[in-house]
Design a protein around this ligand. Structure first.
Ligand code: GCW
Length: 679
């Protein structure tokens, strides 16, 4: 009886487990990102004619997931044209040969094949790929206590308290995901750096991560605090020209390289937003950077020195990085790369390019893009950023850059990025770092099948609806937050909601919206023309002339460069005020269109994914109206102009919105209850 009962129970357990297993096999698994799940079903023949860990992973990836019939040969073969990381894929009948100079090149080739497979594309002609940049780096702004500055996807992936003893399986998954899109460097810690990362204890922890990343072709870098010699070892100074300081850094580098022979180098935020730096000791950025570069040089390491500097006293923040760095051209050692944010202020939804790009011909430069959505709705809004980066590469030629960095949007959330569609931004950054000539459309069409559709067969009209949703999403954010070149209208500190009125006592003027919008009864916008701050003079031709006059300045940068009357006549014939209102309206309509496209796609999307995005889109729709109402009510009071008839009346009052206080860390839309009670 007991035996029969046991058998009954175990049969029952087997059935339930089987059901659960098949349900989970069908379920959306955000943790998988765009990568194929391992399955032995394909049985492709893979011949590996290369040694080393990266090549072995390449072969395994294809054995696990490549569905072709023939044989795939992976071969390391000298080929100058391919450089260190490039590869060639040569089809011949059913068979394929992938060649590269290194195992890492073969690995990138293997991921290329899997990408084509997920898009359903045949490999029927020779493919040759060489990355545009040798250095394709993610910058994590992760703190050692597990928090992430401007991170919206949970805590840091790096479990410092567990390392070096306990190793999370996600470290390897992370490396795999990066390698699959071509990223080959990671800075593990925040640029607002704790010196402790350079302590012996932490170097041992970093070593473990470096060992896991190495087979995937990824080097580890660290953000270094310039005052580390003082903070870690009580040196009396961190003056870069002090012999003991230079000696300290040399010793520190020797120690790091003994543990991590292929350590990449340092990223440094110096004399910026309160961080220590060489200027504290009367030295220049170049003197500081070179001292560190010389400590790294014997080991082949690099310094990425950030140009994100602005002092509270100067007239126009947008001019300051150029003013400080341009005169230093030619003064940096050749293993220093100056890392410059894409725009001259700070990762706004739209900025012109930073005029520092191209202005230092004798200095290696790299671009810093922000993948995490600090100023684009955090993990609540869809904002596919490839169009923004495509715009940037329209201004700044990739050939003029030595490397590229992206501030990561990754945390320990199960789906890595908080918003499931924000995975596309990680993906897009990697793909553009490899090939900046890719269009946003190409990238989104690569990503969607693996990232969203899974095994669903999706009709063409639904696909194009989702593609459009992604491609229009960044412009929608610009429209409902700060169109026509407006910038930095954010609530203080957390940079989430609208607060064009924000004016806390004692705050730095250049952290306040009014510093940027300059709205008064005469008009709105920051005059950076020759009659104003003349930031325009920092730009090369043809941009200098183009931006100098409001009649030639593109509409989407107009108020970045000009202060104009509310009734200024726009190219469309409308007044500036009416056009501004219509942009806010357009942004709100765009989000509601995005919601419609998502709803139409419901039958073709895994239910968990569908619901998650649906809920976030609802928040985004409410936030868009919050932004529109906040900005138009506030500017309307200043301009004294009424809303044009074709713009929806506000659902909030200015008093209500002024009273909203999100605090520093509460990102929930305040408009939820307000809007619900109004509708
Ligand atoms: O935009 C500002 C951010 C800071 C960040 C800084 C920087 C890491 O608000 O959080 O600090 O830029 O890029 O250094």
């Amino acid at each position: 009886m007991v035996q029969a009962m046991n058998k009954y129970i175990s049969t029952f357990i087997t059935i339930v487990a089987g059901m659960l297993f098949s349900m989970s096999a069908m379920a959306y698994d955000g943790a998988r990102l765009w990568l194929p799940a391992a399955s032995d079903a394909n049985g492709a023949t893979v011949k590996l004619e290369a040694k080393g860990a990266a090549a072995a992973i390449a072969a395994q990836e294809l054995r696990d997931s490549w569905s072709g019939n023939g044989t795939v040969v992976l071969r390391v073969k000298r080929d100058k044209a391919l450089g260190e990381d490039g590869y060639r894929i040569i089809p011949s009948g059913d068979n394929l040969t992938v060649t590269a100079n290194s195992g890492t090149g073969l690995l990138y080739g293997a991921y290329h094949l899997l990408r084509m497979q997920s898009m359903g594309k045949p490999v029927d002609s020779v493919i040759t790929e060489v990355p545009a940049f040798d250095l394709r780096v993610l910058n994590h702004w992760d703190n050692l206590d597990g928090t992430i500055e401007r991170g919206y996807a949970g805590k840091s992936l790096w479990k410092w308290e567990e390392l070096p003893g306990k190793v999370s399986p996600r470290y390897k998954e992370y490396a795999r995901a990066n390698a699959s899109v071509g990223i080959n460097g990671v800075v593990l810690n925040n640029v607002n750096a704790s010196s402790r990362i350079l302590s012996r204890e932490y170097i041992e922890k970093v070593r473990v991560l470096a060992d896991i990343f190495r087979p995937y072709g990824i080097k580890v870098y660290l953000s270094a605090n310039f005052a580390a010699p003082m903070q870690l070892d009580s040196l009396p100074t961190a003056d870069p020209l002090d012999k003991d300081v230079a000696k300290w850094w040399k010793k520190k580098c020797d120690e790091i390289y003994a543990a991590i022979p292929d350590f990449g180098g340092f990223l440094v935020k110096a004399n910026s937003e309160g961080q220590p730096g060489p200027c504290d000791f009367g030295r220049t950025h170049a003197e500081g950077a070179n001292m560190m570069a010389r400590a790294l040089r014997p080991h082949g390491g690099k310094v990425m020195w950030r140009a994100f500097v602005y002092s509270p006293v100067d007239a126009d923040r947008a001019k300051q990085a150029y003013m400080e760095f341009q005169p230093l051209d030619g003064k940096f050692d050749d293993n220093v790369i100056v890392q410059i944010k894409n725009g001259p202020v700070d990762f706004q939804p739209r900025e012109p390019f930073s005029p520092l790009f191209g202005a230092m011909p004798s200095t290696p430069q790299m671009a810093e893009l922000q993948v995490t959505q600090e100023y684009l709705g955090h993990a609540n809004h869809v904002a596919f950023l490839a169009p923004m980066w495509e715009e940037f590469f329209g201004w700044v030629k990739p050939e003029s850059l030595k490397a590229i960095a992206g501030v990561a949007n990754i945390g320990d959330d199960e789906n890595w990025t908080g918003h499931p569609l924000a995975q596309a931004n990680w993906y897009a950054f990697g793909r553009l770092a490899w090939n900046p000539a890719l269009t946003s459309g190409e990238i989104v069409r690569e990503w969607l099948p693996a990232g969203v559709y899974g095994s669903h067969d999706v009709p063409a009209d639904i696909k194009s609806g989702i593609e459009d949703m992604m491609l229009m999403s960044r412009e929608a954010v610009v429209d409902y937050m700060m169109p026509l070149g407006l910038h930095h209208l954010f609530a203080f500190g957390h940079h989430y909601g609208p607060e064009p009125w924000c004016n806390p006592e004692g705050a730095r003027p250049d952290w306040l919206p009014s510093y940027y919008h300059r709205a008064d009864s005469a008009g709105i916008g920051f005059d950076r023309s020759p009659s104003g701050s003349n930031a325009i003079a920092q730009y090369p031709e043809p941009y200098r002339s183009l931006y100098a006059s409001s009649s030639t300045c593109p509409d989407n940068l107009l108020l970045w460069f000009h202060h104009l009357p509310w009734d200024y006549k726009m190219k469309s014939g409308a007044t500036l005020w009416d056009e501004l209102c219509r942009h806010y309206e357009r942004g709100c309509v765009a989000v509601s269109d995005m919601q419609k496209s998502w709803m139409k796609a419901k039958p073709y999307i895994a239910p968990e994914l569908y619901r998650d995005v649906e809920e976030r889109l609802a928040t985004q729709a409410r936030d868009a109206i919050w932004w529109k109402d906040g900005c138009l009510l506030y500017f309307g009071e200043i301009s004294g102009m009424p809303l044009p008839d074709d713009v929806t009346a506000p659902v909030h009052t200015l008093e209500q919105l002024r009273a909203v206080d999100l605090g520093i860390s509460n990102y929930e839309s305040p408009s939820t209850s307000l809007l619900n009670s109004k509708r």
